[in-house]
Write a protein that binds this ligand. Structure first.
Ligand SMILES: NC(=O)c1ccc[n+]([C@@H]2O[C@H](COP(=O)([O-])OP(=O)(O)OC[C@H]3O[C@@H](n4cnc5c(N)ncnc54)[C@H](OP(=O)(O)O)[C@@H]3O)[C@@H](O)[C@H]2O)c1
Length: 189
């Protein structure tokens, strides 16, 4: 089975995604969009996978950890202590996580695979043959950031999907748009 990596990120006009290991903005509707997309499954008995770097894991407030109704995979080169967190596993590399998804523990028990950041994990995922789609919220404002989304490259095609709002959103005077890009080179194998 081909694992399809769906990336989801929000970036402002300078492609910034984070500051001081936090989000530079507070947009409740954007957060709700993230939660809905990454949580929704067609088969209620299954869960989606969310893959994130250790710093993104650290940035989630304790009361929201692990991301609920999703299987959390955290990438770290160290041995993480994730004891006490249900449905949460650590992997030493993205490839290890993909291999596990293809072969072992989660086989048949999950539906969609979402890569939720941060910077290097997005880059590695977009370079992977498993990279399928990028759900990118474009925030139409510049924020001071220290972490950035990697360059988009020329293998992406803007697509529209029925469940994704087309119109510009606005919250607290900040405008943003939901964009979806598909990897033109993705092949089912
Ligand atoms: N706007 C958005 O959509 C969005 C989404 C996610 C995150 N963010 C923001 O982005 C920032 C965090 O992102 P970040 O880029 O600094 O960090 P990150 O990618 O979340 O985490 C980096 C860590 O992941 C581990 N790691 C990275 N590559 C790995 C690999 N190939 N194999 C194994 N482990 C690997 C390492 O952990 P160890 O050091 O433990 O080895 C590394 O220090 C925060 O500000 C957060 O709020 C924004």
């Amino acid at each position: 089975m081909t694992i399809k990596l769906n990336l989801i990120a929000a970036a402002c006009e300078n492609m910034g995604i984070g500051k001081n290991n936090n989000l530079p903005w507070r947009l409740k509707t954007e957060m709700a969009y993230f939660t809905k997309l990454t949580s929704t499954t067609e088969d209620a008995s299954k869960k989606n996978i969310v893959i994130m770097g250790r710093r993104t894991w650290d940035s989630i407030p304790p009361k929201f950890k692990p991301l609920n109704n999703r299987i959390n995979l955290v990438l770290s080169r160290s041995d993480l202590n994730l004891e006490g967190y249900t449905n949460t596993y650590s992997f030493k590399s993205l490839d290890d996580a993909i291999k596990e998804l293809e072969e072992n523990k989660f086989k048949g028990n999950y539906e969609h695979v979402w890569v939720v950041g941060g910077s290097f994990i997005y880059k590695e995922s977009m370079e992977s043959k498993n990279f399928y789609r990028l759900f990118l919220t474009r925030i139409l404002k510049t924020f001071d950031c220290d972490t950035f989304f990697p360059p988009l490259g020329d293998n992406l095609e803007l697509i529209s999907l029925p469940d994704i709002p087309q119109e510009t959103q606005e919250e607290n005077g900040i405008k943003f748009e939901y964009k979806v890009y598909q990897n033109k080179n993705f092949k089912q194998f």
